[in-house]
Design a protein around this ligand. Structure first.
Ligand code: ADP
Ligand code: ASP
Ligand code: MG
Length: 453
């Protein structure tokens, strides 16, 4: 049994959906379970609809709803026979009616809660999964729709819900397994689920369909998890930033996980953990080139000094200066307790004699966080920073990678540096707008220059 996840661009229109069906047809004997994202761009538009409505801009929001409706119904007509298209269109249209009603309610309320945001964001995958099931059937595949809310059980932390592994395993065995045994092809939307106990719709955070796929894969003890996307696999850098980024054919779980956490959007950062727990290999493949080698993520990948470069902007640096307390027992625990209490995860940490600097992505709780941190020392916040990371399982071997990285960075201002204890990730904090140039310089140093590793 394998899990195949198709991202937004792989199900963006009728042609891509048909290509997806061909890929699944070629894997029939491996008992595929399919996880789909929303049609490319849909989630962004849905979130905009929610925000516009809550701000009172109902006309614009409803126009966007109709645009989305049009797009989905057009693809249904292109994929299906007229009678089937009518039936599926009615089902999709009902969801758009619900969306329009939600937009009106939000306008009246004038307030957007994380809970309503999730109800709206999850519609993208609900729509795409219904459409894909109909298309698969039309193309001769015995697809069966599975409502993700029956399987993807989470806590109630809206917009970044925590999956409940045991409940998911139980539900997957109960709901999905019988379909596979009956020779059917289960198809479910990624990204969303339902809160345990209440059944209210939740989401796993942006890009979360990859995570859904690995959770389902782990729950069903799949033989492989395939992440089908719009690039050839995991590359030595984001090809949108670095020209000449190359395919990595094999990469370790840990390296892939670091890259995902530090900006390689091709995988949601949490995708790896469930796969590692069960030792399930993860493939990253290009749905436009189904015969490509792709990337295999496993335990036994070659040890390299540098495997890839990642980067992300929009990072906030938080510095706590406390000359007296820093070295006292329990200070670090108190410091990280504050971040824990505010559900804010820390990416990079560096300490000096008198201060601790950390970077965070999520500023939702920043104000409250700062208030609590002030109890520990003077707090400064630096916004618009970015992180570039050099990742390699053998990064610390020989010791020259660090010097080369800093040499390559040249005159770009460095705010903070950290080499992880495991020695597989060198992280450099720079100004936000310097992330792309820094990535290019590092990639050039390690992959394209005459002395490249
Ligand atoms: P999907 O909709 O299939 O989930 P995403 O847009 O979420 O696709 O992720 C694929 C994108 O990730 C690629 O188009 C690429 O621009 C970006 N990306 C960033 N870093 C990497 C990397 N190291 N290797 C491959 N792609 C990367
Ligand atoms: N559609 C969701 C998003 O855009 C989830 C995903 O594509 O993985 O964030
Ligand atoms: Mg994605």
């Amino acid at each position: 049994m394998i899990v195949c996840k198709f991202g937004g661009t792989s199900v963006g229109d009728a042609e891509s959906i048909a290509r997806t069906a061909t890929i699944i047809a070629s894997r029939r004997d491996r008992q595929p379970v399919v996880v789909v994202s929303a049609l490319g761009g849909t989630t962004n538009q849905l979130l905009q609809v929610a925000e516009q409505s809550a701000k009172g801009q109902l006309i614009g929001a409803l126009r966007a709803v109709e645009g989305l409706r049009d797009r989905h119904l057009t693809q249904a007509r292109l994929l299906l026979d007229p009678a089937e298209a009518d039936e599926v269109s009615a089902e999709l249209s009902a969801m758009f009616d619900e969306l329009a009603a939600l937009a009106e309610a939000l306008k009246t309320l004038g307030d957007l809660t994380p809970r309503s945001l999730d109800t709206i964001a999850a519609l993208g995958e609900q729509l795409s999964s219904v459409l894909v099931v109909a298309a698969f059937r039309k193309l001769g595949l015995p697809a069966e729709h599975v409502d993700a809310r029956e399987v993807m059980i989470t806590d109630g932390n809206f917009t970044r819900a925590e999956p409940q592994a045991e409940a998911i395993a139980e539900a997957a065995q109960r709901v999905v397994m019988p379909l596979i045994r009956a020779g059917r092809i289960p198809v479910m939307g990624g990204f969303f689920g339902a809160a345990q106990g209440t059944g209210i719709t939740t989401t796993l955070g942006r890009g979360g369909s990859d995570y859904s796929a690995s959770l389902v894969g782990a729950a069903l003890q799949a033989d492989a998890i395939e992440i089908w996307t719009d690039v050839d696999g995991m590359l030595t850098a984001d090809p949108r930033v670095v020209e000449g980024a190359r395919l990595i054919e094999r990469i370790g779980f840990e390296e892939a996980s670091e890259l995902a956490s530090f900006g390689a959007k091709v995988l949601h950062p949490n995708t790896i953990a469930p796969a590692v727990m069960r030792g399930i290999p993860v493939w990253v493949l290009n749905s436009r080139k189904p015969d490509g080698t792709g990337t295999l993520i496993t335990f036994d990948a070659p040890r390299r000094s540098v495997t890839a470069i990642a980067g992300k902007s929009g990072v906030t640096l938080v510095k706590v200066r406390s000359p007296r307390m820093l070295l006292t027992e329990g200070f670090m625990r108190m410091l990280f307790d504050v971040f824990g209490r505010h559900h804010t995860s820390v990416d990079v940490v560096a300490t000096s004699e008198v201060s601790v600097s950390v970077t965070i992505d999520d500023v939702a709780s920043l104000e409250a966080l700062v208030v609590d941190l002030r109890d520990l020392g003077d707090v400064t916040i630096e916004r618009n920073r970015g992180i570039v990371s050099v990742v390699g399982s053998g990064l610390s071997d020989g010791g020259s990678a660090m010097a080369r990285a800093l040499g390559a960075i040249g005159d770009i201002r460095v705010h903070m540096l950290s080499l992880s204890a495991s020695g597989i990730n060198l992280t450099i904090v720079v100004d936000g707008e310097q992330v792309s140039p820094a990535m290019r310089r590092l990639h050039d140093e390690f992959f394209t220059s005459a002395t490249a590793a």
